[in-house]
Design a protein around this ligand. Structure first.
Ligand code: GDP
Ligand code: MG
Length: 313
């Protein structure tokens, strides 16, 4: 009898009128470093987007898909929107973020608890200009004590724009994220799912490997260099002992950056390789043999062709 009941439920769910289900794109938008990528990973439950303490770590538009019984949400992580950019890479990053915003069904505007700066105001102006419905998410509430201090901050945020809701969360501590998913789902259009249920992202293995290497490298480097580096996976192949062989190139945009990336006696590059390999072993559930090269491509970050080749345009 139980079996029959289960079958009954299954059929009923499939036959549910499409009008009851919601789906759409929710763009994660905010100034650099508010926690957009951390939030995407926590919402999807998998590390899709790399995270470092440095601003401007995210360069691409990355989709992470969350399935609820009543909705499918395609979150779009974006590079932080920032003002007054002249260099090619930064302009491309701004375009990616603005494009995701304009294409979204709902804009999720992320701010840092108890903080408001000109940069936040710049992003909010861009959201108003897009005309998209927007929800405000107050992140990093784990750092606020006592929690009551959030109330006036959230009230003030509510006066800056007509947000559909204002939701406090901690992406880092995975706090209040289920409520956030439900709130977002409520504000998506009624539509059938856009992606098959097993799909978690639009990005393939090659992209994710290159990004993990770039994350480890960014963690190792000083403020100046990260902008000038890019990682390109040149080869992925099955090795002899069941391991995966990966060859990757770290592109720098000036000859002088090469020794910085390599470090004295190659120590820095070795550390980067080691920590990337450890994380990739876990991610791929296979042993990985990683070979890294450092090569110079003068001013690649300002060169349209290089940007395109590296998937940044
Ligand atoms: P993005 O530039 O907006 O994508 O920000 P990231 O996700 O790269 O995060 C920037 C920094 O903020 C990293 O050091 C994160 O660990 C940190 N961070 C993100 N979310 C939280 C949070 O909820 N609480 C705290 N305390 N730190 C966070
Ligand atoms: Mg990011």
């Amino acid at each position: 009898m139980i079996e029959a009941d289960d079958e009954q439920t299954g059929v009923a769910a499939e036959d549910a009128p499409a009008g009851d289900f919601r789906s759409g794109f929710a763009a994660l938008v905010g100034r650099p470093n508010v926690g957009k990528s951390t939030l995407l990973n926590a919402l999807v439950g998998e590390k899709l987007s790399i995270v470092t303490p440095r601003p401007q770590t995210t360069r691409h538009r990355i989709i992470g898909i969350v399935n609820l019984p009543e909705a499918q949400i395609a979150f779009v992580d974006t590079p932080g929107l920032h003002r007054g950019e002249t260099r090619g890479l930064n302009k491309a990053m701004n375009r990616a973020a603005a494009g995701a915003l304009d294409d979204s069904d709902l804009c999720v505007f992320i701010v840092e608890a108890l903080r408001w700066s000109k940069e936040d105001g710049f992003v909010l102006d861009r959201i108003k200009q897009s005309g998209r419905p927007a929800m405000a998410v107050v992140n990093k509430v784990d750092g606020v004590h006592p929690k009551g201090r959030l109330l006036p901050y959230m009230a003030e945020l509510g006066t800056r724009h007509e947000f559909v809701e204002v939701v406090p969360v901690s992406a880092l501590k995975v706090d209040n994220l289920e409520a956030l998913k439900k709130a977002i789902a409520r504000h998506l259009p009624q539509a059938p799912a856009m992606f098959p249920p097993e799909e978690k992202t639009d990005k393939g293995q090659t992209f994710r490997i290159a990004e993990i290497i770039r994350e480890k490298l960014t963690m190792e480097l000083n403020q100046e260099v990260p902008y000038g580096i890019a990682v390109e996976v040149e080869r992925i192949a099955d090795g002899d002992d069941g391991q995966i062989d990966v060859d990757a190139t770290i592109w720098v945009d000036r000859e002088g950056q090469k020794p910085i990336v390599i470090g004295p006696k190659g120590e820095r590059l070795k550390r980067v390789g080691r920590s990337a390999r450890m994380e990739l072993n876990r991610m791929l559930a296979r042993r990985l043999h990683l070979t890294l090269w450092v090569k110079v491509r003068e001013n690649w970050a300002d060169n349209a062709r290089s940007l395109k080749q590296l998937g940044l345009e």
